[in-house]
Design a protein around this ligand. Structure first.
Ligand SMILES: NC(=O)c1ccc[n+]([C@@H]2O[C@H](COP(=O)([O-])OP(=O)(O)OC[C@H]3O[C@@H](n4cnc5c(N)ncnc54)[C@H](O)[C@@H]3O)[C@@H](O)[C@H]2O)c1
Length: 354
């Protein structure tokens, strides 16, 4: 029998839960050998939630990487730690999964990619939109040509503000809602268009007192970019923290012979009305009273399950991930986000130099 892929999970908070849900669905192929978080109560709570046993808990990622015998290190930690943890794991000869954004700076991201290449290791970039069954169905329909030529895409991820304390400072996060939420539409569009973008222009709310609502947050709470791709397609990509009522992941495709609308968060088969309120409906919905559309299998719908399954298969076969999910795609998304920030700051349209 083929040995199971040994996974060390770094982080035991929100995104670690999203990834663990994926691993827990394929325990015939995967063994969780360790979970690291400085808050050990989160480690045991996460493992218990998914019935994971036989793993080693670590309160330090340095010790976890030094000691755990594993094939894959999965980084679900605050953005500013991605680079440091990735470098330790790559030095140890491990493939890595890295949550978005790849790093907080392009220089750090470039060093990660160069090191992985030098060592013959893979970086898997966790852009969950690309694992979403609805998105993949949408792409199949568009690629079938039955809507005609794709002309324009409007894509956004928006909610009412990050739960993470690390999202408040630019040095820890890399920016505001564009790097934290807009990274999904940007990564998705780049993957769809093979990273072949031509030019971008953007505006953001600017951060702190310039923000629309979150005036203690250093990064912006509203950002939108217009991008033109080399084949002439346009996209508007947006992230904001001023959206109440639950997380919106909307993608609209406008084509010469039709259109297609994707709603990843509210397109549930369920519709409920509750006077006392339900336990949970969708991510970032503060209240659950009255009418709601409770998500049926949120992590599956948002793409985490397929994303993790793809990474497990790739790591087991020592192969590269598909486009959009490779480390280099994470780096391209990070570069574009930096161009978006530059465009907004300088008030200029930026051309792709490549
Ligand atoms: N793909 C998605 O949809 C999605 C959703 C949420 C978060 N994320 C990404 O996942 C990553 C983690 O975000 P999050 O919201 O899960 O968690 P978080 O940022 O709130 O914190 C993660 C965990 O890191 C631990 N931690 C912090 N510093 C540490 C240190 N020095 N040593 C050991 N442990 C430490 C904390 O105890 C916490 O449990 C971020 O990069 C974020 O962008 C992705």
């Amino acid at each position: 029998m083929k040995e199971k892929l040994k996974v060390l999970l770094i982080g035991a908070a929100f995104s670690a839960d999203l990834h663990m849900d994926g691993y827990a669905r394929m325990l015939d192929k995967v063994e969780i050998v360790g979970i690291a978080d400085r808050d050990l109560s989160r480690v045991s709570a996460l493992a218990d939630r998914y019935g994971i046993t036989g793993y080693t808990p670590y309160d330090s990622f340095e010790r976890a990487i030094a000691e755990a015998e594993c094939d894959l290190v999965d980084i679900c930690m605050p953005n500013f730690l991605h680079h440091e943890i990735a470098m330790l794991a790559l030095d140890k000869g491990r493939h890595i999964v890295c949550e978005k954004p790849l790093a907080t700076t392009v220089e750090d991201g470039e060093e990660m990619i160069a090191t992985a290449k030098k060592k013959g290791l893979h970086i898997y970039y966790a852009e969950d939109w690309l694992g979403s069954p609805a998105m993949n169905k949408a792409l199949n329909i568009i690629n079938s040509g039955k809507l005609g030529k794709l002309l324009y895409v409007r894509a956004r991820e928006c909610h009412n503000g990050s739960h993470s304390p690390f999202a408040q400072k630019i040095a820890l996060c890399g920016g505001g809602c564009m790097i934290h939420l807009g990274v999904h539409p940007v990564g998705f569009m780049l993957a769809m268009k093979n990273n072949e973008w031509d030019s971008v222009v953007a505006m953001t709310s600017g951060g702190l007192n310039n923000n629309l609502k979150h005036t203690s947050m250093e990064g912006e709470d509203f950002a939108a970019a217009i991008m033109r791709f080399k084949d002439g397609t346009f996209a508007v990509m947006e992230g904001n923290y001023v959206t109440q009522g639950g997380m919106e992941d909307y993608i609209d495709f406008y084509c010469s012979e039709g259109c297609l609308h994707v709603d990843l968060t509210f397109s549930s088969a369920l519709r409920a009305f509750s006077i006392p309120g339900l336990e949970y409906t969708v991510e970032k919905a503060d209240i659950t009273t009255g009418w709601s559309n409770p998500a049926v299998d949120e992590k599956y719908n948002l793409g985490y399950v397929a994303e993790i399954a793809h990474f497990v298969d790739c790591a087991a076969n020592d192969s590269e991930a598909r486009i959009g999910l490779r480390g280099v795609d994470g780096l391209e998304a990070l570069k574009v986000i930096n161009k978006i920030y530059q465009s907004a700051k300088e008030g200029v349209l930026i051309k792709n130099e490549k």
